[in-house]
Design a protein around this ligand. Structure first.
Ligand SMILES: *Cc1c(COP(=O)(O)O)cnc(C)c1O
Length: 308
């Protein structure tokens, strides 16, 4: 039994136009609030079968929350090491799932180093985006779309952080005979490690993350994600933080769902009628979710960022 739930696939009346059908895969409805549960659940179950008796994560975001959730369901103790920059809200959500929370270091790099040093013996280290088991788990969202009877998508729209979601979605497309379906990969400016890598023709590392979409804040995408841009049709789209936050606020009214700016980035391409979307009749949007932003926080960002 997988740990994730099967999520609804909705044809959105408010986001579709006469020429374009917008299909929403509502990963925001996974119990820990994001698609991360799919990959994390599959990785945790596999590591447990291979003998792991403890899990260690270094994510202060949705991956850490999903890891804590998986540990509780599997009755495996979880330690989540997060940097000092982690929000009170994220820490609370990790602790709520009964995981041991350790706050360590000024950045993710330091928290991750401590997590690695603790992942010895019968403990498995759970990476937030760079693990083939995660990609296999994420691919299940495409299996559900393929089995749903909905039309074959003409393009898939999703957000990119470290590239785990991108890698999983392409794996899902390939295993459902949809290898020719293009992917539109959206990032926010300041977290655009994939866009810059594609422009440079090699995996680059951003000097810093300057976007508020912290769940997209991987300074470098994983090797697999970059390699897939060479073997699959992937088009990169970059939106501003303001566009991402505005999309989140509109989505609350349109779909009655609150998501993070990380997810708002993909939604912003729809609301902004981005040119990259224009050729496609049926667009599958991965509503990846995220629980680390509150309504008050979204409104505060909206005011602070202003139209740009
Ligand atoms: C993790 C995450 C992403 C980015 O996923 P990657 O696999 O790192 O590319 C996007 N949105 C949300 C809400 C996330 O939690």
């Amino acid at each position: 039994m997988p740990l994730h739930i099967q999520t609804p696939l909705l044809l959105s009346a408010s986001l579709s136009t006469p020429d374009q059908q917008i299909w929403l895969k509502l990963e925001a409805l996974q119990p820990p609030g994001s698609f991360k549960l799919r990959g994390m659940g599959h990785a945790c179950q596999t590591y447990q079968q291979r003998g792991a008796r403890r899990f260690v994560s270094s994510s202060g975001g949705n991956a850490g929350i999903a890891a804590a959730y998986c540990g509780r369901l599997l009755a495996v103790p979880v330690t989540v090491v997060v940097p000092q920059t982690t929000t009170a809200r994220a820490k609370e959500l990790i602790a709520q799932q009964g995981a041991e929370l350790i706050v360590h270091g000024a950045s993710w790099q330091e928290a991750n180093a401590l997590a690695q040093s603790r992942a010895t013996g019968d403990a498995a280290l759970l990476h937030p985006f760079d693990d083939p088991l995660l990609w296999q788990g994420h691919a299940s969202m495409i299996d559900e779309v393929a089995a749903s009877g909905a039309p074959r998508p003409d393009a898939v729209l999703l957000s990119v952080g470290g590239g785990g979601l991108l890698s999983g979605v392409i794996e899902g497309l390939r295993r459902n005979d949809w290898a020719d379906v293009p992917v539109l990969a959206v990032e926010t400016a300041g977290a655009d490690s994939l866009a810059q890598a594609m422009a440079a023709g090699r995996r680059i590392e951003l000097p810093a993350i300057t976007s508020i979409a912290t769940s997209l804040g991987a300074r470098q995408v994983c090797e697999q994600a970059f390699a897939l841009t060479q073997s699959h049709e992937v088009q990169s789209v970059v939106v501003s933080d303001f566009e991402a936050v505005s999309a989140c606020l509109r989505f609350i009214d349109d779909q009655r769902l609150l998501v993070e700016p990380a997810c708002g980035a993909a939604l912003a391409a729809v609301y902004g009628r981005h040119a990259a979307l224009r050729p496609y009749r049926n667009v599958l949007v991965i509503v990846c979710g995220g629980v680390t932003a509150s309504l008050a926080q979204l409104q505060q960002w909206f005011k602070a960022l202003g139209p740009q």
